[in-house]
Design a protein around this ligand. Sequence first.
Ligand code: NIG
Ligand code: FE
Length: 423
Amino acid sequence: MAGGHRLLLENAQQVVMVCARGERFLARDALHSLAVLEGASLVVGTDGFIKAIGRADAIQTLFSEETFEERIDCSGKCILPGLVDAHTHPVWAGERVHEFAMKLAGATYMEIHQAGGGINFTVEHTRQASEEELFCSLQQRLQCMMRAGTTLVECKSGYGLNLETELKMLRVIERARRQGPIGISATYCGAHSVPKGKTATEAADEIINNHLPKLKELGSRGEIHVDNIDVFCEKGVFDLNSTRRILQSGKDLGLQINFHGDELHPMKAAELGAELGAQAISHLEEVSDEGIAAMATARSSAVLLPTTAYMLRLKQPRARKMLDEGVIVALGSDFNPNAYCLSMPMVMHLACVNMRMSMPEALAAATINAAYALGKSHTHGSLEVGKQGDLIIINSSSFGGLQSTTVWKQVSLMICQVPLSDE
Ligand code: NIG
Ligand code: FE
């Protein structure tokens, strides 16, 4: 039966499907489950969903009577799922170059933070910036991410701390989400730092009693859409008790828990996250063995951030142990003024070299597992019939070209995001 389709990608050297198993994918199984089709083609329908994937000759026979709005010859190239960046702070003003010099001279991240720099410095500048200025810089950053292959990205607020600026940041994120084409998962991170003059308990009270009800009101009016709630659970920032109260209140509003934990000090954040049913916990350089086991059981994913461990000279998160224990390991760039990385291929490269992940594991962590961390693995993160036509074509004959050569030579790539239609 003849019919029309949006896109035919034909004759790819490799189509790397990164098969999801149900809703999730353990990167541990990546070597066995990474389905790589050689000499294959892929069809996306006019509704924006993948219709078929298979050997090029089989697809040609099956669709011989049908028409395509666009055909792309992918000979010698690889088709991969669009990359998913599971942790970023992309809305801010004010450079922190001077802090790099301080760090090189021996200052730690927390010493700078406690002296009023770090996040607090960025808060001052972000409060002063106009909404338009923040939107323009966000757009530029998102475009750079897309040029490096990211098609879905988590975006946090958290450089406002007060309600006014947190809402300004969330409006900016909402505007970018509506504008597209990059997919956005929005995170309220009002507990990124304790505002000057307040205790953590007072800041938590303010968030629970004032910020969260306002988010609920704006959400029900369709003005902003927030997916996740985040807290920086760290010694000298939000302790375990305040973290618990904030996360639980966010969860009660229907937000997914996705927070910073066990980064600089062991806090038992992983244990708390598992107990609360967190979708994701980020950083985890200092996670305990018990925390790893609890995350595996609770299916709380670990979002590892190789750029931060590198920039701050932290010990590496124990990716191998997490993978062996069955934790769903994802990756994020942690793009922020301290770790200025917009490239997921670079993140995968660092994960391979510094965290000893294999290339298939790093690819699964930057696609299906990162989509899982954002609660979107049913629509994103793998190439499967019925999922969104959200993919990249890389100019390399093997998917590893994306991660192995990225430091020395940016592999050129093309993004294909077919918009969803209502038909
Ligand atoms: O994930 N650790 C807390 N938040 C960010 C850093 C934010 C900043 O330094 O501006 C992170 O690394
Ligand atoms: Fe972060």
